[in-house]
Every structure is written in C-alpha cells, then in structure tokens.
Write a protein that binds this ligand. Structure first.
Ligand SMILES: [Zn+2]
Length: 293
C-alpha cells in the first residue's frame, strides 16, 4: 500500500497488480461523514490484511482540510472544480492533484474499470440512497443495476448537463463507469457510521460478481434531469418549500421558482432534487427530474 498524496492510497491487487484499476472516493465534501467513516474502516481492513482487493484500488479521501474542519469545503465546492484548470484556491489545487493521481492509476493499471464517488445529501430524500451518472458517452461496461441495488441504492438519476464533478472527469478522461453515490442524508444516523455501506464496498472490491447474481431483479426507479435550476440573479427565490425532501413530486403546471425573468412553471410532472437557493449567482440551485422508468 502506498500513499500517493495526502490521504490518497494506492492498494495493489495481490495477484494481478497491473491488470485493471478501480477508484473509491469520499470526503469530496468534508462534512459527509458516513462514507468517510466507511472508507476509513475499509482502509483499516486493508492495513490489517483482512481485505485484499481483487483489482488495484485507489482509495481517495477527497478534501482532508475540509474533513478536519468538518466543513463542506474551505474556499470553493471541490465537486465543481474537476477538469477546470483555470480555477484557484485550496480546493482547485486539490482537484489538480486528484486528477494527476487518477492519471497515475491509469498508467499503472492500463485501464480504470469503475469509480464510485461517495456523498451524503444535505436533506433527507424520498429515495434514501441513489446514484447519479454524469453525462455519458455510450453504455457502461458493467451491469450496474444489480450491483447498486445490493448496496441499497433504489434510484438512478441520469444527468444531462455537464458539470465539473469528479465522476464526470473520470468518465470523460478514462472511459470509466463513474457514479456519484448519495449514501443517505447528513441528518440520518448513517452519517455517523454506515456498516451496510462498508459491507457493500468490501463486496465490491472483492467479489462483485456474487452481488450481481444475487440481485438480478433490481427494480431501481430511474430519472433523467429535465431542467437545471440556475440562480441567475439576486431576485431568485423558490416558490415551493425549499426544505422538502429530495424527489418530492410536482404536477404539471406547478410554480417552482421565480427569478429576474419571471416565474417558472413545470411543463410536465417533475421531481425536485438538491434544492439550495444559497448558491452564487450563475450556480445551480437545484434540479428538476422526469421519471423514465
Ligand atoms: Zn457531497
């Protein structure tokens, strides 16, 4: 096991160290404790040789300074800084380092099969655990539905607008099967520790094929992003309860927000996700989803 950077661990597979690599990341937002605790436990299992990954693993604690400070971030949201080399500040520097670590894994292993970037939602969700894909080119290599289902993930959100997230970066640069995984809310007990998540991660790095065969019938609710809600001015305000849980439904014709260009009504039934009006002008204040399955 090698520490390539502060809190970035390369754990070679015992048998075929150079065949293929995988990435698990957590703590891109420093206050999302549940996945950080699970990944620390995973690292302890590796250290004590109770766990040897089937393929080489890069285990990343995304933002150590924010993790120590128990804050979402210090200067800027790290998950908006990947693939954007002109940004400055603590998080921008870290994004460059993490990108380089991924390139090093690619050079060492030849191919990166998958990347799971673990997060917690700020608010509770009607679907407690769910996965998001970045904007993808083509289908993923693995059959992910049974694998995600085995981890308790019951929703899948396909993003339609490119953002400078870590999962978008790894998918774009390495053709990796990449997900942002929302593993529960900051308000739930799982944010203090999450044994179910740990057990799933252990299975994913050792024998994922067993998980896949157990959960062939994996009924995930599937959505695609219909609208990005962008805060265009200081006049922006939600006209629905911003504190509602993620995936709250809004029928066709609902008034969702108003901004300098006037009110916004839904053209079809939509589901809200990540509502947060306290973002900078020009940043995303939420998503509206359409159900596709
Ligand atoms: Zn997060």
């Amino acid at each position: 096991m090698e520490e390539w950077l502060e809190q970035v661990w390369f754990i070679p597979a015992e048998t075929k160290p150079n065949s293929v690599g995988i990435i698990i990341s957590c703590g891109i937002h420093g206050n999302e404790t549940g996945p950080i605790v699970a990944c620390n436990a995973l690292l302890d299992l590796v250290r004590s040789k109770q766990l040897i990954p089937a393929v080489s693993l890069l285990l990343i604690f995304g933002n150590p300074q924010a993790i120590n400070a128990k804050q979402r971030y210090l200067d800027f949201n790290l998950n908006r800084l990947f693939g954007n080399s002109t940004a400055g500040g603590t998080e921008a520097q870290r994004a460059r380092q993490l990108e380089q670590a991924c390139h090093r894994l690619q050079q060492q292993c030849g191919r990166i099969r998958w990347h799971l970037d673990l997060h917690s939602t700020i608010k509770p969700s009607r679907i407690e655990r769910f996965a998001l894909t970045p904007v993808t080119r083509g289908e993923y290599q693995l059959q992910w539905r049974p694998l995600l289902y085995a981890g308790g993930f019951r929703g899948l959100v396909r993003q339609t607008r490119r953002a400078n997230t870590f999962s978008q970066y790894t998918h774009d640069h390495f053709g990796t099967d990449s997900f942002t995984l929302e593993c529960g809310s900051l308000l739930q007990p799982t944010n203090q520790g999450d044994n179910a998540l740990l057990e799933w991660l252990v299975a994913m790095v050792t024998e994922p094929s067993a998980l896949a065969s157990e959960h062939q019938d994996a009924p995930l609710q599937e959505f695609r992003v219909a609208e990005d809600i962008i805060r265009h001015s200081d006049q922006f305000q939600f006209m629905i309860d911003e504190q509602e849980p993620n995936f709250s439904p809004h029928p066709k014709g609902s008034l969702i927000y108003s901004d300098r260009d006037g009110p916004f009504y839904t053209s079809e039934q939509r589901y809200s996700l990540f509502l947060n009006s306290r973002v900078e002008v020009g940043q995303r204040a939420g998503l509206l989803l359409e159900r596709i399955q």
